[in-house]
Design a protein around this ligand. Sequence first.
Ligand SMILES: Cc1cc2nc3c(=O)[nH]c(=O)nc-3n(C[C@H](O)[C@H](O)[C@H](O)COP(=O)(O)O)c2cc1C
Length: 156
Amino acid sequence: MAALETAPAQAMTEGVSTRSHLIYFSSSSENTKRFVQKLGVDAARIPLHAKDAPLLALEPFVLVLPTYGGTNGEGSVPKQVIRFLNNPQNRELIRGVIGAGNTNFAENYCMAGDIIATKCRVPLLYRFELMGTPEDVDRVNQGLEKFWTRLSQIQK
Ligand SMILES: Cc1cc2nc3c(=O)[nH]c(=O)nc-3n(C[C@H](O)[C@H](O)[C@H](O)COP(=O)(O)O)c2cc1C
């Protein structure tokens, strides 16, 4: 599903680039991947393993990420996402965040989404649990459409 292309010239040895407007991280349990697949839109996945070629965004994107919390929410943002956002170009192009999690984690529910929204100064657009419900899928699809339309009007 991901429209991945080999990065041109200089970035060739450094990673894989994408023009997808939805970028997500999902661990080996793949709940988030299943949610994103249900959206039926083009999306790119942040690599799981350190040995994998890093992902480079070429277009503005919304990030979908699950929370993997430690004590007091520390370490909530998966290290793969930190690595991805440590690239200045990726950080420059993020426009919004959607958080995934599990309500069993109470006050730490979807905390990684809040952390990224604050750090990158972008809106937290939505939260959903595990692989999301059909209602989540509808709301995110409609919300993303409105979000990108509004953003393109502001940036005219
Ligand atoms: C070790 C561990 C820690 C977790 N910590 C949190 C947490 O702090 N807050 C939260 O909302 N969900 C937490 N979760 C739930 C995951 O975010 C949730 O299962 C998510 O759907 C995983 O997505 P993935 O399968 O795409 O990686 C945790 C799950 C695990 C296994």
